[in-house]
Write a protein that binds this ligand. Structure first.
Ligand SMILES: [Zn+2]
Length: 235
């Protein structure tokens, strides 16, 4: 049996048989794959912790009709996320987005983005929504749906009042808005701009005002729904 080593993050899984688990991995080298982890639900199982959501490590796969995990070197399991319920659910929402957009093609950008987001969420004292908003903003931009511009995407004039056009996923001016548009408040727009240009490592020093982060969350989730047909998890 050929054996391969991959860097992977656990996106989720389902229990099968008495002590096995069918785990969804997002790997750097092969994109999203399904693997079987045998006996991992046993009390004394060696690979017990390697089956849990958020686990990031080097997974050794024996490839066949079913991919079987034979060994794991855990790099980080982001354990502290389980001590903070808000951060935990925000992390789950990030993993859920990754699960929805990942395919069986490698996507190094998405892989690195997930690690950065989870690290920030786990180890830095960042306010609720900031990490998720930044993650979703980056992911949408990488999919070709960047929308932050100073000019109306339809007529090119400088934006004074801003409206988000969900039909095309871009921001337009008051004159170009239609029934598919929603007004974007200044607080939301500044929040999106600031999150976009701030690196994950610096997010802890950012303070957004006027509920910009919450409104950004709603706008980004709605944009994601229009772009992909999929919902984000509420947290
Ligand atoms: Zn316009």
């Amino acid at each position: 049996m050929p054996s391969t080593k991959v860097k992977a993050i656990v996106l989720g899984g389902v229990n099968i048989k008495e002590k096995d688990k069918l785990v969804t991995l997002f790997t750097l080298e092969k994109g999203k794959i399904s693997v079987s982890m045998r006996g991992v639900r046993g009390e004394k199982a060696k690979l017990k912790s390697a089956k849990e959501i958020f686990t990031f490590g080097q997974y050794c796969i024996e490839e066949g009709k079913t991919n079987i995990i034979t060994a794991v070197d855990i790099i980080d399991n982001f354990y502290d996320l389980s001590k903070n319920i808000d951060a935990y659910y925000e992390g789950c929402a990030i993993i859920d987005i990754a699960n929805k957009i990942a395919s069986n093609e490698p996507n190094p950008f998405l892989f690195i983005e997930i690690i950065k987001a989870l690290k920030t969420l786990c180890y830095d004292n960042v306010r609720k929504y900031y990490v998720f908003d930044k993650f979703l903003l980056s992911v949408l931009k990488n999919m070709g749906y960047g929308f932050l511009s100073d000019k109306c995407s339809a007529c090119g004039t400088n934006l004074e009042h801003k409206f988000f056009n969900f039909d095309v996923g871009e921001i337009v001016c008051a004159r170009c808005q239609n029934s598919m548009c929603e007004k974007v408040s200044d607080a939301t727009y500044s929040a999106l701009r600031l999150l976009d240009k701030t690196e994950y490592e610096k997010l802890h020093s950012v303070r957004l005002g006027g509920m910009g982060e919450v409104q950004s969350y709603h706008l980004l989730c709605k944009d994601f729904l229009f772009r992909t047909g999929q919902n984000c998890i509420n947290f």
